[in-house]
Ligand binder design. Structure first.
Ligand code: HEM
Length: 468
């Protein structure tokens, strides 16, 4: 589709790719400040770039066929690399996201039944309740009130987790918990030069020191919740059928063995870590993007009004909310919540005519892939229509990877999409959000991709706008 005067192309903010690769010091500084600023024009133009650096041999792959080879066809030859583990494991332990080899296979087999379409649909009422609670809270605010949408989305996704992972309540003070979780992952999620040089785990990382009180608060909370639930399950009294109970009762379909206490703990933390900020960011970026494009906003509002009317949202509505889904998918294209994936090659390999030597760090960056000149038309323009069913069918499966692909594809993808749809549709039906004057939006890569300064937006009630 060509941009028309009524529909000017909206190019949302993104750092301009560098003309040349930076030197070592500049690279390290940029990596610490915002890894998005390390990408060069070549990355967005060439399908494979490789080089030797402090991380050893690194290959950046933007060729869908090679990505498929690495993530699916020969996935057994690629393991999670050490840098990724050094950054993630201190926060997440050996949960599903960071475990590898046989340990991972066993966990994945045991945990997969927790995310079947039926179980996920069972969480629909909890997601709706969280969305409605947010909207009710906003309805009590006057028109023109400024809210930080980024913070509000983190809150709503935590609320969903509270209702689906623990049910009985994470904490009496959800804001304190929210802050502890944010500090926990923020402190641990910054790429520290110490990690890049591969120093051992006992060398203190600045971020980790800063996050220490939050780490302790959060770890104790999870341990207490698990202990309380085990006592309840042991007593024979009815226990909620939430993810915590399902994890404690889960058993490997092949061996019948359950998860150890350590595994349950690591996976609770993993679900919270992997599940809240990712979904919150997908929602924040969607809300921001429609606020900047009048056409998209009118279209999503019309769709939500038409499909939902005055009814409470139900699972049957989701298939009909095609534009709403397209907005979410386009937001995750431009601002993939997980902007960077990586693997280490175990043995020498060949993908097409590209040789991949053992030990190579193969990086697949959804942020770059999703804006690659050879794969997308006008890659930097916000255009949800790309994801309407007919056009979407033409997108290569391995050119669009918000949830990864292959055996290690996001286990929570359908959970996240269902949640994001319910929350976005509920918001759009009731309020309109506009960027607060003077607020600067800048994408920041900190494990997830989020707005650096939050997202201050002004709230209007659609009911009062209709009267104008
Ligand atoms: C919009 C929201 C989300 C996005 C964009 C997202 C993205 C991803 C991606 C890209 C991966 C693959 C990482 C890799 O290959 O190295 C992944 C893995 C994972 N995600 Fe998600 N995720 C989201 C929501 C969730 C939710 C809600 C949960 C859980 C409740 C979750 C749990 C996990 C877990 C446990 C893994 C590791 C799977 C494995 O290695 O077997 N994610 N996610």
């Amino acid at each position: 589709m060509i941009a028309t005067p009524e529909r000017p192309a909206f190019r949302p903010p993104a750092p301009r790719p560098r003309a040349e690769a930076p030197g070592l010091l500049a690279f390290l500084l940029a990596l610490r400040r915002n890894p998005l600023t390390t990408w060069t024009e070549r990355h967005f133009r060439e399908k494979v770039t490789s080089g030797e650096g402090i991380l050893g041999r690194v290959m950046v792959v933007n060729d869908p066929a090679i990505i498929r080879h690495v993530l699916v066809d020969n996935a057994a030859n690629y393991r999670k690399d050490d840098l990724q583990l050094r950054v993630l494991a201190p926060g997440l332990g050996r949960g599903l996201l960071t475990a590898d080899g046989e340990e991972w296979r066993l966990q994945r087999r045991t945990i997969a039944p927790l995310f079947t379409p039926r179980t996920v649909q069972g969480f629909f009422p909890a997601m709706r309740e969280s969305a409605e609670r947010l909207v009710r809270r906003w309805q009590r605010r006057p028109d023109g009130r400024i809210v930080d949408v980024s913070l509000e989305m983190t809150r709503v996704t935590l609320d969903v987790l509270e209702r689906t992972v623990f049910t009985t309540g994470i904490s009496h003070n959800p804001d304190a918990l929210g802050r502890a979780i944010t500090r926990y992952f923020e402190g641990l999620g910054r790429i520290d030069p110490v990690d890049i040089f591969g120093l051992p785990a006992w060398v203190p990382r600045i971020g980790h020191l800063r996050a220490r009180p939050a780490i302790r608060y959060f770890e104790e909370m999870v341990q207490n919740l698990i202990a309380a639930r085990k006592t309840l399950l042991g007593s024979g009294q009815p226990a909620p059928r939430d993810l915590l109970t399902l994890l404690l009762e889960a058993s490997d379909p092949e061996t019948g063995k359950g998860l150890s206490d350590l595994d349950v703990n690591a996976n609770i933390v993993t679900f919270i870590g992997a599940g809240h900020e990712t979904t919150a960011n997908a929602l924040s970026w969607s809300i921001y993007l429609i606020s900047q494009d009048g056409h998209a906003r009118a279209r999503i509002e019309a769709e939500v009004d038409d499909v939902l009317g005055a009814d409470a949202i139900e699972p049957v509505h989701l298939d009909r909310l095609v534009y709403t889904r397209a907005v979410l998918e386009e937001a995750m294209r431009l601002y993939p919540p997980v902007p960077f994936l990586s693997r280490a090659a175990i043995a020498n390999d060949k993908a097409g005519d590209v040789d991949i030597a053992a030990g190579t760090l193969v990086t697949i960056a959804p942020y770059v892939l999703h804006r690659h000149e050879t794969l997308w038309t006008e890659p930097d323009v916000f255009r949800p229509e790309r994801f309407l069913p007919e056009a979407r069918a033409t997108i290569d499966r391995f050119a669009y990877l918000p949830f990864g692909a292959g055996p290690r594809v996001c286990i929570g993808a359908s959970f996240a999409l269902q949640e994001a749809m319910v929350v976005l549709a509920s918001i759009v039906r009731s309020v309109r959000l506009d960027l607060a004057e003077g607020h600067v939006v800048e994408p920041l890569h900190r494990i997830t991709l989020r707005p650096r300064h939050g997202l201050r937006m002004s709230l209007s009630h659609r009911a009062s706008l209709a009267k104008l």
